[in-house]
Ligand binder design. Structure first.
Ligand SMILES: [Zn+2]
Length: 508
């Protein structure tokens, strides 16, 4: 069960599988003040570029604005400069005209939000690219850039509780980040361009409050050369042919973390099938893969049914995969998991976890990670430990309790012989957040809880977690408190041992 082959498989499964998380204290921005006096989401309109030209005539300012450190981050324990304080984004409308051959974009991003404090300046995260102009509530605004911080000074200050609309025109070739070892952000993979951004790469393709604590609605208007197809999060609502181009509009009405926003562009085919509970299943494959669903994706309806029974209703209306070349894993983008083509096609070479188990893992993230996102990146085990445990539940469903027990024992044996950080605090900077401990010992933490409280109580806890924090965020202390509330048990020692102590606890 262990050995070099298993180790490499585990590492592959994990890195690939995704993640996100965070730890530390929840940001204070989103909840500390009164609600907006108007609703930005319903009042925004955006003139869509039918071609490519940014709309503003404002000339870029050369003003140097001071950066207020209190606004330039959300205090994440692992990524302190990610995200920004002082406001809450309600909706992003991202309009891009894409030249895939040149790997360039021309963008117009409309960010609607409301101030959670009085603001003289607004900070956004944006790495690389050229900003052409910025307007706040229709009036040209000064701005300055310092690394990934984009600081905007509106003509007038924004009082607390007030809604605002910021329009950013920008262009260029997006950069990639290598935070967790392979290209993140807007990835030019030859025939196909795709976005995988966990944990910190949304800022490479649109100006954002780039932290999972500030979730928002998304609309994408993506214009590409005629003949190409665009997939993105949520629902495809419009395809408009133009002069040598086609514009695809996608809407993701449920709150989405910035790192789970995605666009996939290429010569793609869409395969559609009805799923249980009225969920529409739509998968996007490179056209040369043919019209047949890859075998590991075939049982997704059965997985959906299993997880809806255990965790509560699937949180969105659609699900599927975008199969992309060159990606060493998979990532649970909201309603549209990105899945490496080579992994799907080489499935026979993998052993355990099987590719089908990875498919189940990514689906489970739609509950744990996507609908319920981590409060900070230190809480990453709430994503990866949960999805790994769910993947083992698929093994139990498919192969029986003995196979589940063997999986638990095998992973425990592996961990016992492999140095690892505790999953509740794997370490900063992204270097350890996708460590196998976060997946395996995180998953074993839920197994230990299962043994302690029994199946009925465990699944009541998981259903309540998914329901109470739906489309929002959750932290590790909140999960522990919920588990104690529902079980009526003191679980302090159990969670402390499994999540925070260096020594691996005994397997219950
Ligand atoms: Zn995962």
């Amino acid at each position: 069960m262990t050995g070099p082959r298993r180790v490499s498989l585990v590492a592959l499964g994990l890195l690939l599988l995704t993640a996100c998380s965070a730890g530390g204290s929840p940001p204070s921005t989103a909840t500390s003040t009164s609600p907006p006096t108007t609703s930005p989401a319903t009042t925004t309109t955006l003139a869509l570029p039918t071609t490519t030209t940014p709309t503003s005539t404002t000339t870029p300012t050369t003003t140097t604005l001071p950066i207020d450190p209190a606004l330039a981050g959300l205090g994440d324990p692992y990524f302190p400069t990610l995200g920004n304080s002082g406001y809450d984004v309600v909706a992003y409308i991202v309009a891009l005209t894409v030249d895939p051959d040149e790997n360039t974009i021309e963008g117009l991003a409309l960010i609607s939000g409301w101030a959670t404090q009085d603001l003289e300046t607004l900070n956004f995260d944006l790495l690389g690219l050229t900003v052409d102009s910025i307007e706040v509530d229709g009036v040209a605004a000064a701005f300055t850039r310092d690394g990934a911080e984009l600081v905007v000074r509106p003509r007038w200050h924004i009082p607390v509780g007030t809604a605002f609309h910021v329009e950013v025109a920008y262009h260029g070739t997006p950069e990639n980040l290598y935070t967790i070892g392979f290209p993140l952000g807007w990835v030019d993979a030859g025939d196909i361009t795709y976005v995988v951004a966990e944990p910190d790469a949304a800022r490479t393709w649109f100006p954002a409050n780039d932290h999972p604590a500030d979730k928002a609605h998304f609309t994408f208007h993506i214009t590409v050369p005629a003949g190409l197809t665009v997939a993105a999060n949520g629902t495809l609502v419009e395809v408009v042919p133009g002069d040598g181009v086609t514009r695809f509009t996608w809407e993701m009405p449920e709150q989405t973390a910035t790192y789970l926003a995605t666009v996939v562009i290429g010569n793609l085919i869409r395969l559609e099938r009805p799923g249980p509970g009225g969920v529409l299943l739509r998968d996007y494959l490179p056209a040369d893969m043919g019209n047949e669903l890859p075998a590991p994706l075939v049982r997704v309806p059965e997985m959906l049914e299993l997880y809806a029974g255990l965790f509560g209703p699937y949180p969105f209306t659609e699900y599927g995969h975008a199969v992309v070349p060159g990606m060493p894993g998979a990532l649970e983008n909201q309603t549209l998991t990105a899945f490496g083509r080579e992994i799907l096609e080489d499935q026979g070479a993998f052993g355990r976890p099987t590719v089908e188990e990875i498919v189940a893992h990514e689906l489970a993230h739609q509950w744990f990670g996507d609908s319920v996102s981590p409060a900070t990146w230190q809480d990453i085990w709430l994503n990866e430990g949960f999805a790994t445990f769910a993947q083992w539940l698929w093994v139990e469903h498919d192969l029986g309790r003995e196979a589940y027990d063997a999986t638990i024992a095998g992973n425990y044996e592996f961990l016992a012989g492999a140095p690892h950080p505790p999953p509740g605090d794997p370490g900063p900077d992204g270097s350890q957040m996708f460590h196998y401990s976060v997946y395996l010992r995180g998953g074993l933490t839920l197994h230990a809880l299962r043994v302690e409280v029994g199946d009925d109580t465990l699944f009541a806890i998981l259903r309540s977690w998914a329901e109470r924090h739906a489309y929002g965020n959750g932290s590790t202390p909140e999960f522990i408190a919920l588990a104690e509330e529902i079980s009526g048990a003191d679980l302090t020692a159990l969670f402390d041992a499994w999540l925070y102590q260096a020594q691996l606890p005994a397997l219950p």
